[in-house]
Design a protein around this ligand. Structure first.
Ligand code: PLP
Length: 340
């Protein structure tokens, strides 16, 4: 393990590691691919990614378990989600089994940058694909690159996990039959205006409502919602324009199978939000971030779990899922992918 890094002081920023995986698509097929130490990509000025944003990505983490293994969490789901994203943007999909092998290969090559067990830090893995050849008429590129780099990231919650404040956003994230359900760079480009505005107004995140009726909860710019009802049910919004979070899907299983909770994936009307006991945002980065306050055009909803700490159910969910990931709680079959 790298001795020169203070794992606990790492933030969430790009720190280059030595190796990345690269595979190129040309003449109708993906090449073998392999590791490189070159962190730069040199592309033609007219590459499809620059002109028409033909790019998609994934995000997952590698970490050390209690018994010293290096693992990742459900990378097969990242592989299949990347495939779904590729299909939607007319990018030739990358083989799912090869995706998992490439993730393993790049993590192993950067093994010294996988933080120690218990540090709260992890090695973030960023797979992505982009159109690389010149494209000036609007059409899919003919050549692509698939790349995976890794970067060590610090514990998400530094001084404990304080609940955040969010606002109901007047901009839309995703159209009903748009691209909200895939992990495309374009979904993030168009969210930047709204997130900067939210920060300027003192909010941590945006709550997006469904674009068609503005009555139903969708998600934030980068995390799915979970709610806990006062009678201990887990409720999570169902919509075709939400990105299917692997963390959220895993938490639904944890709630049902490990905590014996009832779980509902259904449309959630904004009008119901005031009656919930807890609210959390879920994604790979934080697992769950608690939401304490939701501002709807100047009117505040304070969740009963308060602004001081994560609510009891979210805490239990988070502890159970991180226990499964770190090897202190038995994982469901197939959830942990051991790299070493
Ligand atoms: C990546 C992402 C999430 C979280 O997904 P995980 O698989 O749990 O990391 C949620 N919403 C959006 C919009 C995302 O891009």
């Amino acid at each position: 393990m790298n001795k020169n890094i203070d794992w606990s002081s790492l933030g969430f920023g790009y720190v280059p590691t030595e190796y990345r995986f690269v595979s190129n698509y040309k003449n109708g097929e993906w090449d073998e691919g392999g590791l490189t130490t070159d962190s730069n990509i040199v592309l033609n000025e007219c590459a499809g990614v620059f002109q028409y944003a033909q790019t998609i990505f994934e995000g997952l983490k590698a970490y050390r378990t209690v018994d010293g293994h290096i693992v990742t969490f459900r990378p097969d789901l990242n592989a299949s989600r990347l495939k779904d994203s590729a299909v939607r943007l007319r990018i030739p999909p990358y083989d799912e089994a090869k995706f998992v092998e490439a993730v393993k290969q790049v993590v192993l090559a950067n093994e010294d940058m996988v933080p120690p067990y218990g540090s709260g830090a992890s090695l973030y893995i960023r797979p992505y694909m982009m159109g690389t050849n010149p494209v000036i008429g609007v059409k899919p590129a003919d050549e692509y690159q698939f790349r995976i780099f890794t970067t060590p990231v610090g514990p998400y919650f530094k001084g404990g996990c304080k609940p955040i404040s969010i606002r109901v956003c007047d901009y839309d994230r995703a159209a009903p039959h748009g691209t909200g359900n895939i992990k495309a760079g374009l979904n993030y480009a168009m969210s930047l205006y709204a997130i900067v505005e939210a920060h300027e107004l003192g909010f941590d995140e945006n709550m997006y409502l469904d674009a068609a009726t503005r009555t139903k909860v969708e998600e934030t710019g980068g995390a799915n919602f979970i709610f806990v009802t006062k009678d201990n049910k887990l409720v999570t919004p169902k919509s075709n324009s939400i990105l299917p979070s692997i963390t959220r899907r895993s938490l639904m299983v944890v709630a049902k199978e490990y905590l014996g909770m009832e779980v509902e994936e259904r449309e959630v009307y904004f009008d119901e939000v005031k009656d919930f006991a807890e609210c959390g945002l879920c994604g790979t980065a934080a697992v769950i971030s608690p939401v304490g306050r939701i501002n709807d055009h100047g009117k505040d909803i304070f969740l009963p779990s308060g602004m001081e700490e994560m609510g009891p159910v979210c805490t239990k969910l988070r502890e159970t899922l991180t226990g499964i990931q770190m090897g202190t709680i038995k994982a469901p079959e197939g959830w942990i992918c051991t790299i070493k």
